[in-house]
Design a protein around this ligand. Structure first.
Ligand code: GDP
Ligand code: CA
Length: 335
């Protein structure tokens, strides 16, 4: 860091929290390392959770990659929080009439365009990494998007429904049941055969800074860390690893991350998530951790676990607060 440009920042990210954080980071790097052309000389690579992916209506759907792509591409429906703005649902209504897909998981018309294009690339034999790059070409993201692996890894959830044990796709638990049925456990189907792609390995090895976005610690970051070999690659990286708490004042800010944490026996607090990730100096992941001002009282206990703490505002209310959060994360890395 501190070199004139060429700074490489690698971010582990899930969907909505990851997307907002990356948007702030892109702005911050354009300010701190301008390339004179509105962009930045810094390079940002996002390693994105693909555990929520699925085949639906014959198409490969990658919710977290798409949330990030739409948000950075300026096409996200910021009011609803996900999907494309100006979206319509004519095709979805037709699919429902045919009994195809999940009626509770609406795919917008514009969004379907993305899934058709992706599926077409995959059918042509491209890897998911290559297909993602092809989709991203259109959007001028200023951030390189990488799926965590090219092999499919799908998060499934064991639940008890009407007295029966069932295993459902993560999205069924999350969207259909609104995470209202307690999860017994999460299963990463396909993880055994998965590995970090060469691009992911390079992004980790060559990074000057590694950031863990304020994303779901279980089904976004936890899924990424569950790819065999990825955790050790991170631990061996020369860059400092700085995480941003997705928990503020004992609550998941947006979404239902608390239901996931409860399922794995981790309290919904910034301190408990930090300890769950662990101190890198003691075999875990983190060198430093950002917590919200409202959680300042938990700083000493996290520091005694071997993780450096920065206390800053963690709410990404708008582009300005997201940008400041990214600046604070970079400052923590430079300390
Ligand atoms: P998903 O894949 O769409 O569920 O999104 P992520 O995995 O990126 O994470 C969603 C989580 O991000 C939420 O449950 C929150 O815990 C966290 N999050 C969302 N918005 C904010 C924010 O403004 N600040 C912080 N610190 N965390 C946030
Ligand atoms: Ca997700």
């Amino acid at each position: 860091m501190g070199l004139n440009g060429g700074v490489k920042v690698t971010v582990l990210a899930g969907g909505v929290g990851g997307a907002r954080f990356l948007r702030g980071l892109r702005t911050q790097l354009r300010k701190a390392y301008p390339n004179g052309d509105g962009g930045s000389t810094a390079e940002v690579t996002a390693v994105v959770n693909t555990g929520d992916d699925m085949w639906l209506t014959g198409l490969r759907v990658c919710p977290d990659l798409d949330s990030i792509m739409y948000t950075l591409g300026g096409a996200n429906d910021d009011e609803r929080g996900w999907g494309r703005k100006g979206e319509s649902e004519r095709v979805s209504a037709e699919l429902t009439a045919y009994g195809v897909g999940w009626p509770w998981f609406t795919l917008g018309d514009l969004d379907l365009g993305t899934h058709i294009a992706r599926s077409s690339f995959l059918r042509d034999g491209l890897t998911l990494t290559e297909a993602t790059a092809r989709l991203a070409e259109r959007w001028n993201l200023g951030v390189k998007l990488l799926p965590m692996s090219d092999e499919p890894v799908e998060t499934h959830v064991e639940i008890i429904l009407d007295g029966k044990r069932r295993i459902v796709h993560f999205e069924e638990w999350w969207v259909k049941h609104r995470a209202g049925v307690p999860a017994q456990r999460f299963i990463q189907v396909g993880a055994d055969a998965a590995k970090p792609t060469p691009s992911v390995r390079r992004a980790i090895e060559q990074a000057d800074v590694i950031l863990v976005a304020p994303s779901n610690p279980v089904v976004s970051i936890g899924t990424i860390l569950g790819v065999p070999g990825l955790r050790s690659a991170l631990r061996e990286a020369r860059a400092p690893i700085v995480g941003v708490s997705p928990i503020i004042s004992g609550a998941a800010v947006r979404g239902m991350a608390d239901a996931c944490l409860t399922a794995i026996g981790v309290e919904t607090t910034a301190a408990a998530v930090a300890k769950h990730y662990g101190s890198r100096s003691r075999g875990g992941l983190l060198d430093a951790w950002l917590i919200d001002e409202s959680d300042a009282a938990s700083a000493p206990v996290i520091e005694s676990a071997g993780i450096r703490i920065s206390v800053v505002p963690l709410w990404m209310r708008d582009p300005a607060t997201s940008t400041q959060l990214a600046a604070d994360a970079l400052a923590a890395a430079a300390r």
